[in-house]
Structures are given as C-alpha cells and as structure tokens.
Design a protein. Sequence first.
Length: 247
Amino acid sequence: MRIYKTKDYDEMSRTAANIISAQVILKPESLLGLATGSSPIGVYDQLVEWYKKGDLDFSKVTTVNLDEYKGLPKENKQSYYYFMHEYLFDKVNINVENTYLPDGMNMDSEAEACRYEDLLASLGQVDLQLLGLGHNGHIGFNEPGDVFEKATHCVDLKESTIEANKRFFASADDVPRQAYSMGIGTILKSKKLLVVVSGEGKAEALKNSICGPVTPHVPGSILQFHPDVTIVADEAALSKVPEEYLK
Ligand SMILES: N[C@@H]1[C@@H](O)[C@H](O)[C@@H](COP(=O)(O)O)O[C@@H]1O
C-alpha cells in the first residue's frame, strides 16, 4: 500500500489526477473504474483542465462506475449517471457508449445485479479503479456488515450514509434507501486501486481502513489485502494514522 499525504483537497486531487493521467497516456484504451461523491470532483476537474489543454485523450477509454442509487432516473441531478456526465463525460472526448453504470431504474434488483456483474466480466479487468471512502468506512456502497459482498448487489443504505449524503438532496427523505453497488469482490479484481480521501471527518474511517483489523464492519479495511493500492489523502484525513504507516 502506497500512501501519499497531501497538504489539502486540491493537492490530493492533482496528485490523483496525475496517476490517472499516467494510466491513460501509457494505455490509451484503459478500462477505468470511476467513483462519485465529493471526494473525486477535484480529480475530474483537473482531468478536464488537462484535456482542454490538449494533454489528455479519452477517445479510447472505457469506464465502469462503482454504484448508482436505485430508483433515480438518469435525468435526476442526484443520480450518479447525471454526476458523471456533469463532471466528466460531457467535458472530455470520451465515447459515452463506452461508459457504464448500474441502471438505477431497473427495479428488479437481482436481474440488475446480475446484468451489471456480467457486463463487468465481459469488459475484462479494470486497469485502475478510483475509490472514495465513506464516513463509516464504506467503499462503493458496500456498507459495514457481517460479510464482504462478493458481487454487484442491491444495498440497503445505512442511516449514517443517508445522513452523510442528504447534503446533496432537498431533505433526508429524498435520499433513496437503496443502491446498486459493485461488490467488494468485484472491486478487488481491479489491477490497481486509487483511493482519494479528504477531511477530518474521514480520519477515523481512514485509520481503521489502513491500520485496523480487516473486517466487513470496516469495508475499507479490505484494501489491506489488495496487492496494488495507492491512497492519496490530505493531512486532515491522515491525522489519526501513525507516522510509521506513512514511511
Ligand atoms: N457511494 C458513494 C461512495 O462511492 C463515496 O466514496 C462515498 C463518500 O462520499 P464523499 O466523497 O462525498 O464523502 O459516499 C457515497 O456514498
């Protein structure tokens, strides 16, 4: 596990964007795993800026997203489909036919989970998966629980996640109660994982993910078992991680 400590959110975003840029430059036909939430917005902004300068070409890139709210149509501004278009897909030269997310409007949970997992399998190994970390240690929408979910599944969101994400909605009542998410097993199949974490509010979850026991009660702790993980986090997020882990 490599850990890069940055001064703040902006430096975190630039550092992670550099890693993604290197991936796309070295392998233009990369399969990228993408994430949503406030953590990766700065990364996408930076990638768009470099694209506009002519430094990046996304024309051969394919993308898969970690998760999507169940029940939100694509045109809903809080859907992850909308988010990805707003922050990245509509701003770079990616072929949108090569961008994939779970279909939040498929109400048949089992069918949608199978469809997405099969689709992922058909696309092959993800070269680099970008991840954020939830306040309760979740990755994707894999909430703390008694088992690590292997494959894409429908998740009942925890109250703490609904609370954390309600800032994007008019009220907590508007936050969907369920979501589709890649499983922990799906995420671990990626060649590389790149995790961006910012702010004091994530310090406990990040410490538990890096230094704590590997347990499904802290889904992020599974990162310790992946052979190629890079964590880019700011000082505030790393404030509870002992120095010896940062060498
Ligand atoms: N499903 C997303 C996750 O993929 C994200 O990593 C997490 C953290 O979000 P944020 O970056 O906004 O703190 O929350 C959401 O629930």
